[in-house]
Design a protein around this ligand. Structure first.
Ligand code: FAD
Length: 454
């Protein structure tokens, strides 16, 4: 049985491992930390006893790679799928509105959703739909502007008003790319629009975990690997790769031990990869810029109120520091039903990430009280702030051109991770897609006799 070492136990590494284990390879997933899950995990908050995610994660129907992975490990039922795309929003200046798509076939569902979105004027609604269609045409024609522009520059070319950007395009950009529209690359933005909104009605639906993030996939993936002859090794930081005759033959762990392998997948973020790779591999053109990737933070404030303040599953906030509020009672349940758990999200939170936790909590509470009358009389009984300083790589047009492919100059060494060039923004779907792609490359590599592959 051919052996494959996979470095990194996040979505990318686990997806690669599951794919290879299913095809009969002997997989070992090596994870530096004491837990699986990488940047998508949950933990038990000691004070409240509640399970808290490092940050609320939302998936969409267009996450086809991810849904196939979850299905394979028997975890797809842990997601709740919206019947139709429904995104309630509330704005400091204009009040409430919702992108509420009717149960119509695509693209009529999208048409109905935008034409009913009350925070846009009728003219803005029509211009937004036309802009979406123009972006699809640009994508089909490989228009070079998608590779060069930021989202803001693209929207200016497409004649979008300041209000349309503020209440419609910017929240979509920040939520899906974790970057401000002034910096975010237009290419992955167009890809998100194409996959999420211009394919089927089901592709547009949100899917939200009904359990803590770690419970969504880590144990099931681990058990799947075990059932298929694979293994997960925690607290196993790989410090270097051993190469012989231009091939990876083993990975060396921090404790000095070596694990021999026939192929290797590195499924770690850029800073970790930079320390792992032998110099000769790093010097190849595709990886020379690995040190230049910047990252963008996401800040989450988990608050428990002494009474309900939010009736929907989630709400988008406009004109405030807080961007989204998720109703944890409705999504995952609560130990104490009288309280309401709210997970507030601030993506692309460069300024906020340096604030003290108390200032973040006070700001989120003030935002909620400004927009939700029920919050004005409610008290916060408990709070937890999670700052993910390196939540995702920053997807600027310059960084987008530097994202490396899955292959390397070493024929049996492959890369995975949300930041690999998948065409998608750095999301769960990009991570899983890259993992499955790396697995397919391993299969092809190991099918070639060694003498021919060398
Ligand atoms: C707060 C927050 C909210 C987010 N929200 C969303 C969302 O709503 N929707 C969405 O799609 N995406 C979201 N994302 C992005 C998503 O979490 C990531 O894209 C995804 O988890 C990345 O997975 P990965 O496997 O590529 O990398 P990681 O999860 O970073 O996994 C890499 C793993 O490698 C391990 N490792 C590193 N170096 C070594 C080494 N030398 N040896 C062994 N192991 C090593 C690390 O410990 C880690 O476990 C969010 C991210 C954050 C932080």
């Amino acid at each position: 049985m051919r052996r494959v070492a996979i470095i990194g136990g996040g979505f990318a590494g686990l997806a690669a491992g599951v794919e290879l284990a299913a095809r009969g390879y002997r997989v070992t997933v090596l994870e530096a930390r004491a837990r699986l899950g990488g940047r998508a995990y949950s933990f038990r908050d000691d004070a409240s006893g509640e399970i808290v995610d490092n940050g609320q994660h939302a998936l969409m129907g267009c996450y086809r790679h991810t849904l196939a992975f979850l299905d394979r490990i028997g975890a797809a039922h842990k997601l709740a799928r919206q019947p139709n795309l429904y995104v309630p929003m509330i704005d400091v200046h204009r009040g409430a509105g919702a992108i509420a798509c009717a149960p119509l076939p695509s693209p009529l569902h999208l048409l109905s959703g935008v034409l009913r979105y009350a925070l846009l004027t009728r003219t803005e609604q029509i211009r937004a739909l036309l802009a979406g269609m123009r972006i699809m045409t640009m994508r089909r024609r490989h228009d070079s502007r998608l590779g060069q522009c930021t989202v803001t520059e693209l929207l200016a070319v497409l004649g979008q008003s300041a209000n349309a950007r503020r209440v419609f395009w910017d929240p979509v950009t920040v939520a899906t790319l974790n970057e401000s529209p002034d910096r975010a690359a237009a290419g992955p933005f167009a890809e998100v629009l194409a996959r999420a909104f211009f394919r089927s009605r089901e592709d547009s639906q949100f899917l939200l975990p009904t359990v803590g993030l770690s419970d969504l996939y880590t144990d099931d993936a681990r058990q799947y690997l075990a059932r298929h002859g694979g293994a997960v090794m925690l607290r196993s930081q790989v410090v270097t790769l051993s190469l012989r005759e231009g091939m990876v033959t083993a990975v060396r762990l921090r404790d000095g031990s070596e694990i021999e392998t026939d192929a290797c997948i590195c499924a770690v973020p850029p800073p970790a990869l930079a320390t792992l790779l032998p110099d000769a591999v790093r010097k190849a053109a595709a990886l020379r810029a690995i040190d230049t990737f910047d990252s963008c933070p996401i800040v989450s404030a988990h608050l428990w109120f002494d009474r309900p303040i939010l009736s929907s599953a989630f709400l988008g906030l406009l004109g405030t520091t807080t961007q989204w509020a998720f109703n944890r009672n409705q999504l995952v349940g609560a130990i104490n039903d009288e309280q309401q758990g709210i997970s507030a999200v601030i993506s692309a939170g460069r300024d906020v990430v340096e604030w003290p936790a108390a200032q973040i909590v006070n700001t989120v509470v003030a935002d909620l009280r400004t927009l939700l009358p029920a919050a004005r009389t409610a008290n916060v009984v408990q709070s937890v702030v999670v700052k993910e300083k390196r939540a995702t790589v920053s997807v600027t047009p310059a960084a987008e051109r530097l994202r490396p492919p899955s292959t390397t100059s070493v024929t049996n060494l492959f890369l995975a991770g949300d930041w690999i060039n998948t065409g998608l923004p750095p999301t769960i779907e990009s991570a899983v897609c890259s993992g499955q792609r790396a697995a397919a490359l391993v299969v092809r590599n190991l099918q070639v006799p060694r003498s021919a592959a060398a």
